[in-house]
Design a protein around this ligand. Structure first.
Ligand code: GNR
Ligand code: NI
Length: 167
């Protein structure tokens, strides 16, 4: 396994739309193992392949304290969503940036596992936030895109200032 580099905003590659996975082979297993290692090391609760510059529809997540409940979703698709929640989000591609984002409270997602077998998963609360955040990455969408222009500009300026100070 290897830890992968995570692309950081404003890298334009974060805007790439991922292609569906069609081949469920050793290379996919390898990618997923590396993504899990990268997510746990970061540390983060989710990671989309887009963030490690692989433009395939693959995401991993693990909200457990023990880091022992990895979720792997290949070709995920939201079947149903309802309700709303506001949750303070962060993103490994935006170090040090946090903002409240409104998303669906519940989602029902269809996906394939690492062997290509279809399954469905229903999530609510923080896990639902995480899945929506990761699925956004796979279409090149970032959590700051959900903010008002004013708020986004302010937060990105603040992040840029911090980055300059620590450089
Ligand atoms: O580690 C992460 N934490 C997090 C917190 C609140 C809402 C979403 C997330 S996902 C983020 C990891 C990441 O950037 N995934 O793309
Ligand atoms: Ni993210």
């Amino acid at each position: 396994m290897a830890k992968l580099d995570i692309l950081e905003f404003p890298d334009p590659r974060l805007r790439t739309k991922a292609e569906p996975v069609t081949v469920f082979d050793g290379a996919l297993r390898h990618l997923v193992a590396d993504m899990l290692e990268t997510m746990y090391a970061a540390p983060g609760v989710g990671l989309a392949a887009t963030q490690v510059n692989v433009h395939r529809q693959v995401l991993v997540a693990d909200m457990s304290d023990e880091h022992d409940q990895p979720l792997v979703l290949v070709n995920p698709c939201i079947l149903e969503s309802d309700g709303t929640q506001v949750f303070q989000e962060g993103c490994l591609s935006f170090p040090g940036l946090f903002a409240d984002v409104e998303r669906a409270m519940r989602v029902k997602v269809s996906a394939q596992d690492i062997d290509g077998k279809p399954f469905e998963v229903e999530a609510e609360g923080p896990l639902a936030v995480c899945m929506q955040h990761e699925m956004d990455h796979l279409i090149g969408k970032l959590f700051v895109d959900h903010l008002s222009t004013l708020k986004r500009t302010m937060l990105l300026k603040r992040m840029e200032k911090k980055r300059r100070q620590s450089a």
